[in-house]
Design a protein. Structure first.
Length: 123
């Protein structure tokens, strides 16, 4: 494989780590996509797909414009620190809302929508 890729001995570790990271990310994406598809089809069926694809297109357009604007303002280095930190912050707020905005059962807005999950159960 080293001959096919034309790698020098000092590049093997970096290429191996990059390949492992790409394989791990692809495996995670595959598992997540399958889970999302299963939830979508169990709740709404394929009738919701056209609306979801339009929503996805609009969302991706807005996200592309947003990332471009942030890249132009902050630069590449800070942007790729700010965006994941923002996503983690938003996910944490959605999953663990303050006690005044949470549901009476103590479930978060996300976990309370999981089909088949009894209301008020612990995780």
């Amino acid at each position: 494989m080293v001959r096919v890729l034309g790698l020098r001995p000092d590049e093997r570790r970096t290429v191996g780590l990059a390949a492992a990271a790409a394989a791990t990310a692809t495996a995670g994406l595959t598992i997540a996509a399958s889970s999302i598809d299963a939830l979508l089809f169990s709740r709404g069926g394929v009738d919701d797909l056209p609306v979801l694809y339009v929503f996805l297109g609009v969302t991706m357009f807005v996200a592309t414009l947003g990332v471009s604007a942030v890249l132009g303002r902050l630069g590449r280095g800070r942007t790729f620190l700010v965006i994941p930190a923002s996503i983690a912050l938003i996910a944490g707020v959605v999953e663990h809302p303050s006690s005044s905005s949470g549901s009476p059962s103590g479930d978060s807005p996300v976990s309370s929508r999981i089909p088949g999950k009894p209301s008020g159960s612990s995780r």
